[in-house]
Ligand binder design. Structure first.
Ligand code: F6R
Length: 608
């Protein structure tokens, strides 16, 4: 989705802004633009397409200005075009703004401003902000922005500059993240921390309905009601190297190879092997409060939702607490029943997904305790929940979520252990679970050594246009995740079903052109799964199996097998997912797709 970078200091702003925009490329965008104070006025360039196109257009422009704002746009209102790209300006081109979010009442505002003589040149909702600030401006930029924002409905992360105020940029947020990077004699503003880490690790996250006045050497934050705020400065705990590709061809590849680390990092310091217990500190709940929990609702979208579905099995089995997993986008518009004893977990890599955030806010409004399982430190879901846990997977840059999924599964396993040991789980089961969990990163490394084999397999299957992914029990959500990964980055049609559902209809599609990927480790359901595989075979279906090392029988039935090491049934998803992530990755590479930035997708979906 859209990205923002702003700079105010003593260095040339242009390279800083362009570099920052490149760091935001992973979010997905269709056009980019930049505005810089230069020669007493605002100079502007914006282009449809990649940042490289904008860079090309800027080549002849020797701008040395030290203050500027920039943006990558992901079209919502108005098609992707150079004219619709941000920054947008007012009638006199004295004000420039960049905006993330959606102004819902923009048409009313636009019509009113047109009546007053304002001249609009784009199809966007965002342009109204520039004209509205122009209308409200009487010499005080901060006040003009504040006053304009009281008139808009919707969401915004906004940065504004005005040619009468060359030493000031104004930023504000409501529902769309804004973070201020604090440097020495320079300050930054961005929509997430990725463009900031090469400059500073000290950041301040704005809360909703806050406005900040930023100059080179100071910043002040106010509420929209004009009350001054003093926010704590947070330290970013990862470095620039974590957001680089290193020797990998793609971020997604690197992140799959970090899945073992993701498990380790989500578990580190949270389990006690001798006692077979776990402790997720941030839940802010006493043991008695945890024992009193009667129902858990998990809300999430996409891959995070599938992690929740795995968590459902883990928590119900180990902690004996009923769990419901909902798509956040559905939950928020239902009439969800939240009774005493229900707690709600929101799972989100970015911590900014609009549907998950809104669902969490709805749960909170209905009196639920809300807890986050989040990767991005300081993100909105992390800050607005009543507590929760970070998975510490580090920055995930590839649009397709991989290592965050492994971190989410680990956090859920720990949660199941923590709740379980406060109830009926025996110390020996607890110890066994911790021991197996500790061994998982090494087992993931073992699976990753099959990278070349999985690449060749993907290449062999790249001629097919449709796939089924099938799994049973806790590995059914893994089939869902495997299918999602394949479709989103390789654009191949893939559907997932619970193994036994196939014969209730979908089996009609099976022939030698419709392969099935079956997740059939040696677990409690193995024999039943084999019967289902035979049904596929009987209809000439081609089959790739994810199976447990040592299972020789399976290789006689299916066409190809990827082996994983054994582990406890409820931890199998931490292993079975890794070959499926690699399979999707190599398939997309083989088909020449833009793996890290698949078409039509954005890393963080901050609109409904
Ligand atoms: C799939 C993918 C998406 C996200 C979903 C939720 O690979 O990346 O399905 O999982 O948009 O995003 P977060 O976890 O940031 O809330």
């Amino acid at each position: 989705m859209c990205g923002i970078v702003g700079y105010i200091g003593s260095k040339s702003a242009k390279p800083i802004l362009l570099d920052g925009l490149k760091k935001l490329e992973y979010r997905g965008y269709d056009s980019a633009g930049i505005a810089i104070f230069e020669n007493d006025g605002i100079q502007l360039e914006k282009k449809k397409g990649k940042i490289a196109v904008l860079e090309e257009a800027l080549k002849g422009k020797d701008w040395k200005g030290t203050v500027g704002i920039s943006h990558t746009r992901w079209a919502t209102h108005g098609k992707p075009s150079s004219i619709n790209a941000h920054p947008h300006t007012d009638c006199k081109e004295k004000i420039a703004i960049v905006h993330n979010g959606i102004i819902e009442n923009y048409l009313q505002i636009k019509n009113r401003l047109i009546e007053k003589g304002h001249n609009f040149i784009t199809e966007t909702d965002s342009e109204v902000l520039a004209h509205l600030i122009e209308e409200e401006y009487h010499g005080d930029l901060s006040e003009a922005v504040r006053s304009a924002l009281t008139k808009v409905e919707g969401t915004y992360g906004i940065v504004v500059m005005h040619s009468d105020h060359p030493n000031l940029i104004i930023t504000a947020r409501k529902g769309s993240p804004v973070v201020i990077g604090i440097g020495e004699g320079e300050n930054f503003v961005a929509s997430d921390v990725t463009p900031l880490i090469s400059h500073t690790k000290n950041v301040v996250y704005l809360d909703d309905e806050e406005i900040a006045e930023i100059s080179a050497d100071k910043y002040r934050i106010f509420t929209i009601g004009k009350e001054e705020r003093n926010h704590e400065v947070s330290k970013i705990d990862w470095g620039i190297e974590d957001a680089e590709k290193k020797h990998y061809d793609h971020f997604m590849q690197k992140e799959i190879f970090e899945e073992g680390d993701a498990v380790y990092n989500a578990m580190r310091g949270r389990v006690i092997p001798e006692e077979g217990i776990a402790h997720l500190g941030g839940l802010n709940m006493t043991d008695d409060e945890m024992r009193a929990v009667k129902r858990i609702v998990i809300i999430a979208c996409g891959t995070a939702h599938y992690a929740g579905r795995v968590g459902e099995y883990m928590i119900e089995r180990y902690a004996n607490i009923p769990v419901e997993v909902e798509y956040a986008s559905e939950f928020r518009y239902r009439d969800p029943v939240i009774d005493e004893g229900t707690i709600v977990f929101a799972i989100s890599q970015s911590g900014e997904t609009a549907d998950t955030l809104a669902a969490m806010q709805e749960a909170k409004r209905r009196g639920a305790k809300t807890l986050g399982i989040v990767n991005s430190v300081g993100s909105t879901i992390a800050r607005e929940s009543d507590g929760g846990t970070y998975i510490h997977a580090g920055p995930e840059i590839g649009v397709a979520s991989t290592k965050a999924f492994s971190g989410q599964l680990t956090a859920l396993a720990i949660l199941a252990l923590q709740f379980g040991r406060l109830r009926d789980m025996s110390v020996s089961t607890g110890r066994k679970l911790v021991k197996e969990l500790i061994d998982i990163p090494e087992k993931i490394e073992n699976i990753l050594t099959q990278n070349d084999f999985i690449r060749k397999l993907s290449e062999k299957y790249s001629i097919y246009e449709d796939f089924f992914f099938l799994g049973r029990g806790i590995n059914y959500p893994i089939a869902l995740e495997g299918a999602l990964k394949l479709k989103e980055i390789s654009y191949i049609h893939a559907e997932a079903y619970p193994m036994a559902e196939l014969k209730h209809g979908p089996i009609a599609l099976i022939d030698d052109k419709f392969p099935c990927v079956v997740v059939v480790p040696k677990d409690d359901y193995y024999e039943k799964n084999i019967s289902n595989i035979q049904e596929i075979k009987a209809r000439d279906g081609r089959i790739i199996a994810i199976a447990t090392e040592g299972d020789k029988e399976i290789s006689k039935i299916v066409d190809d097998v990827i082996y994983i090491p054994p582990t406890m049934d409820l931890l199998l998803p931490l292993l079975t997912i890794v070959p499926l992530h690699l399979f999707a990755y190599h398939m997309a590479v083989k088909l020449g797709r833009d793996v890290d930035k698949p078409r039509n997708l954005a890393k963080s979906v901050t609109v409904e």
